[in-house]
Design a protein around this ligand. Sequence first.
Ligand SMILES: Cc1ncc(COP(=O)(O)O)c(C=O)c1O
Length: 512
Amino acid sequence: MPTYSVETTPPAPATAPAAARAQLLNQGSVEQYRQAIADGVDRVVRRVSGVDRPGTGITPAELAPVVDRVDLDRPLGDAGAALDELEDVYLRDAVWFHHPRYLAHLNCPVVIPALLGEAVLTAVNSSLDTWDQSAGATLIERRLIDWTAQRIGLGPDADGVFTSGGSQSNLQALLLAREEACADALGPAARAELLPRLRVLTSAAGHFSVQKSAKLLGLSPDAVIAVPTDGRRRIRPSAVRDEIVRCRQAGLVVMAVVGTAGTTDFGSIDPLAELAGICAAAGVWLHVDAAYGCGLLVSPTRRHLLDGIERADSVTVDYHKSFFQPVSSSALLVRDRRVLRHATYHADYLNPARMVEQRIPNQVDKSLQTTRRFDALKLWLTLRVMGPDALGALFDEVVDRAADAWQLVSEDPRFEVVTRSQLSTVVFRYLPTGPGRELADAANLYAREALAASGLAVVAGTRVDGLHFLKFTLLNPATTVEDVGHVLDLIATHAGRYVHDRTTAELTCPVG
Ligand SMILES: Cc1ncc(COP(=O)(O)O)c(C=O)c1O
């Protein structure tokens, strides 16, 4: 409490300028809100309608000065002017995932009911940490968690929570697995002795967030063991079994096996039922990273590809990959809700323990986050408008299209293709013939960059067994086989030109 001497008058209470107050959404500003949002939507509509390529190929060096020139301390004063400026710093050069020749990463075109949800949830601004900041939002999230757990088949004791993405879901899963593995290590000394001996087994094609999580969880630098895969890039169950035995003989403790239902590069689905059997026999936690493959949960034709997932202890799903939801929208599901206690902390100011007895549903008790977006609303409106079958049909379509794309590439003598994906990726590379053959790596790298610079298409790249490959990730039902064929021609042209230029340059100025 400030104290004032008798002579001093207290400062007049500050009043924000009327213009500042007018920017707050409340009863007095609803028309301004409606107008601003409509203007923003109009800009997006204009851009989306006019887009003729997935990107402009702008470089960081070209765009950074435009962004740097903006003086953040000198406001423009109205939304229209700010939107004009936004055209230059963002919209003009944005990457458009709805464009049929965006074929790179696991970022999907989004469905309109989810965008409606996004508009509503940000304006209401519920926070999912506590009931008293969310009310119905908490119940909606819980219904969607139950719905997803039922689709997986996790049983009556399942639970879970929405997260910011697959990386966070995997982190939380491994946190829970670590805590379960440490459950018998009573006291800090026993725990400190056990932690460096913990191991996580995952496929050599698994996602890097497993490694990151292990680091964040204070595990040893060699805690994650990459288990070899078969010819279709699925983890070898016999190798998992052998590794568990080897670890035990070496005095190590396997705290989790991570099966991947849809590897990022190959779209391969590990043999989940076999992994579940091995984990059950060995008493090891099974986490299934279905960040990519979760779309199969609603597939009218391919749900069986996830058979065995129902036996997992925890599952990651990314609705923002194969449920056509805007970023971010993900969840972690667990078979036994009691394990979520490892993420619980009772804070007097927020979620005191007595609220559990009062049966007040505070989702923060299950989450790594405190303040948390109501992302669940997007999925809720999507299901209420479209229903699960329609979503699954969209995913089925891209999986079918990827199979066609694989066929196209595998029949094209200009390219070499890796395993046929169970989901929607195609990993391939341009293969120069004759003396240019050893330029394959450089030619593919060059082609990817040249393509991105042209903006005509965006494809991804990765390394397979030490060699550079290109990757299509299909998530857009609007992409046709003709689009794929067109992009292959562009790649072949860029790569072929590179090989030609390099080989003729070497002929005219021989090295040495
Ligand atoms: C298999 C898999 N797991 C986890 C992740 C991480 O998900 P997020 O990017 O939502 O953190 C990805 C991302 O591509 C993924 O492919």
